[in-house]
Write a protein that binds this ligand. Structure first.
Ligand code: PLP
Length: 477
C-alpha cells in the first residue's frame, strides 16, 4: 500500500468508523452468534496473493459485524463500560501511524515524556496523593490493564518483603496476600503468577455492604505472623466489580503501615469518579497506599488499553522488574536523568498510549469529563430510586456511584428470565452477579453516550419483562 493508497483507504475507514458510531445505537447490543459461526465463513488458508482493500473491508461488514458486541452502544449497561470517544480514537490512529516502540526513553523520548506528564496531570485531576507524582520518590505509568498493574504491585511488594531474595532465588518462606471475596480475580491470578500461591491468599471477611472489615484484616495478618509466615501484600478495592463497594482505606491503611505490608488500591472503574470533588470521598485514606490503579479505558472515554498505575516509591518496583542487557545500554539510561518505562511493567515493548489519554483530557477538558461522570452518577441514582419505588424489585447493594444491583423479588428463576428476556431483545445489555448466593442484575450507567432516554427505555423494558412474567404465571395457574 503506497502512501497515496493509504490516504484513500484511510478516508474510507474513517467514514466507516464515523458511520458506525452514528448508527451503533440501532444495533442489537450483544452479538447473538453460535460458537464457530464466524470462523466457518473464513477461508481455511491465508491468501497467497494480496487482496484488494475493498474486499477486506467488505468482509468486515459481511462476516465480522454480526459477531460484534457493541460496547459503544449507549444501551450497553453490562459489566463495566469499556469506552472510546472521538479524541481517543484519533489518538490511537496517530499512535498506530507513528508505530513507536517506547521501551526506553532513548527509543522515543516524546513517548516517555508525554506519559510522565499526563500521569502527573492525572494526579491533579483526581486529587491523588502528591507522592504519586514524578518529582517525588514515586510516579505513574500506563499499563495495558488493571490486571497487569496489580501483578506489578504484587511483584514490587514481594521484592520489598524479601529484600530482593525472591527475585534471586524464588519464593521460599510463604509470603501471604490479603483481599476479600469481592476482590477482582486478577489479584488471585497475580498471586499465582508471582509464585505466592492461591493457598497464601487470605480472603478477609466483608461487612453487610461487601466492604473489607479492617479488624479482620489485622487479625489475619497477626495470625500469619505468629505462624511464621510473611504478610506481604494487601489489595483494597475502591469500587468492587460486583457492587462498587468501597473498602475502608482509612482503616486498612494504618494496619498495613504497622505491619509493613504493601497496600495496593484497585479503583479500576471507580477511580474516574474522583474527577469530581464531591466523589473524592472514595479515596479517603489513599494517602496510606503504596500503589494505586484505575482504568481510563473503563469510564474515562479512552480506548482500551489504558490503565494508570501509580507507586509512592518506585524503588521496589524498578528493582523487581529491571534487567539491563548489553543491547539496551545507552547514555540516557546511564545518566539516570530519564525514566525507562520498560522497568515499570512486565513486557519490554510498549505502545505510545499516552497520546489517546492526552487527546481525551485536552479535548473534553476537566470540566467536560466531570460533566459526563456527574450525568452518569445522577442517572444511576435515579434508576436506584425507581427500583426502590417498585414493589416487584429489590435493590441488593448501595449505589455509591453508577452501578445499580437489583433482583426480582420472586427469586433467581424470575430474575434469570428477566435477564434472558431483555438481553435477548437486543435492545439493551445487562450482566449479573451473585450476592449472598442470590442472582442479581447489574446495570452500570457509564457508556460515553448514554443519556436519560436510554436509561428510561431500559427500565421500561425491564418492567415489561416483569409484567410478562406475572402474566404468564397467571395464565399457568
Ligand atoms: C475491571 C476490573 C479489573 C480488571 O481490569 P482489566 O484492566 O481488564 O485487567 C480489576 N479490578 C476491578 C475492581 C475491576 O472492576
Amino acid at each position: 500500500m503506497t502512501p497515496g493508497e493509504f490516504r484513500h483507504w484511510a478516508h474510507k475507514v474513517v467514514d466507516w468508523i464515523a458511520d458506525y458510531l452514528e448508527r451503533v445505537e440501532g444495533y442489537p447490543v450483544a452479538a447473538s452468534v453460535e460458537p464457530g459461526q464466524i470462523r466457518r465463513q473464513l477461508p481455511s488458508k491465508p491468501p497467497e496473493l494480496g487482496e484488494p482493500f475493498d474486499a477486506i473491508l467488505r468482509d468486515v461488514d459481511a462476516i465480522l459485524m454480526p459477531g460484534v458486541t457493541h460496547w459503544q452502544s449507549p444501551n450497553f449497561f453490562a459489566y463495566f463500560p469499556c469506552n472510546n470517544s472521538g479524541p481517543s480514537i484519533l489518538g490511537e490512529m496517530i499512535s498506530a501511524g507513528l508505530g513507536v516502540q517506547g521501551m526506553l526513553w532513548a527509543t522515543s523520548p516524546a513517548c516517555t515524556e508525554l506519559e510522565t506528564h499526563v500521569l502527573d496531570w492525572i494526579v491533579d485531576l483526581l486529587g491523588l496523593p502528591a507522592d504519586f507524582k514524578s518529582d517525588s520518590q514515586g510516579g505513574g505509568v500506563i499499563q495495558d490493564s488493571a490486571s497487569s498493574a496489580t501483578l506489578c504491585a504484587i511483584l514490587a511488594a514481594r521484592e520489598r518483603a524479601t529484600a530482593g531474595q525472591s527475585n534471586q532465588v524464588g519464593v521460599r518462606a510463604p509470603l501471604v496476600a490479603y483481599a476479600t471475596d469481592q476482590t477482582h480475580s486478577s489479584v488471585e491470578k497475580g498471586v499465582r503468577i508471582a509464585g505466592l500461591g492461591s493457598a497464601n491468599l487470605r480472603l478477609v471477611e466483608t461487612d453487610g455492604q461487601y466492604r473489607m472489615i479492617a479488624d479482620r484484616l489485622g487479625e489475619a495478618i497477626a495470625a500469619d505472623l505468629a505462624a511464621g509466615r510473611k504478610p506481604c501484600f494487601v489489595c483494597a478495592t475502591v469500587g468492587t466489580t460486583s457492587t462498587t463497594a468501597i473498602d475502608p482505606l482509612a482503616q486498612i491503611g494504618p494496619i498495613c503501615r504497622d505491619f509493613g505490608v504493601w497496600l495496593h488500591v484497585d479503583a479500576a472503574l471507580a477511580g474516574t469518579a474522583a474527577l469530581c470533588p464531591e466523589f473524592r470521598f472514595i479515596h479517603d485514606g489513599l494517602d496510606w497506599a503504596d500503589s494505586y490503579c484505575f482504568n481510563p479505558h473503563k469510564w474515562m472515554f479512552t480506548n482500551f488499553d489504558c490503565d494508570c498505575f501509580f507507586v509512592r516509591d518506585r524503588t521496589a518496583l524498578i528493582r523487581a522488574l529491571s534487567i539491563l542487557p548489553e543491547y539496551l545500554k545507552n547514555k540516557a539510561t546511564e545518566s539516570g536523568e530519564v525514566i525507562d518505562y520498560r522497568d515499570w511493567q512486565i513486557p519490554l515493548g510498549r505502545r505510545f498510549r499516552a497520546l489517546k489519554l492526552w487527546f481525551v483530557i485536552r479535548s473534553f477538558g476537566a470540566a467536560g469529563l466531570r460533566k459526563k461522570v456527574r450525568e452518569h452518577v445522577a442517572l444511576a441514582q435515579e434508576l436506584a430510586r425507581w427500583i426502590d419505588a417498585d414493589p416487584r424489585f429489590e435493590r441488593m447493594a448501595p449505589v455509591p456511584l453508577n452501578l445499580v444491583c437489583f433482583r426480582h423479588r420472586d427469586g433467581d428463576a424470575a430474575t434469570q428470565r428477566i435477564l434472558d428476556k431483555v438481553n435477548g431483545s437486543g435492545k439493551i445489555y445487562l450482566s449479573h452477579t451473585r450476592l449472598d448466593g442470590r442472582l442479581t442484575l447489574r446495570m452500570c450507567v457509564g457508556q460515553t453516550n448514554t443519556q436519560r432516554r436510554h436509561v428510561e427505555a431500559a427500565w421500561r423494558l425491564i418492567g415489561q419483562a416483569a409484567d410478562e412474567l406475572a402474566a404468564n404465571r397467571t395464565a399457568e395457574s
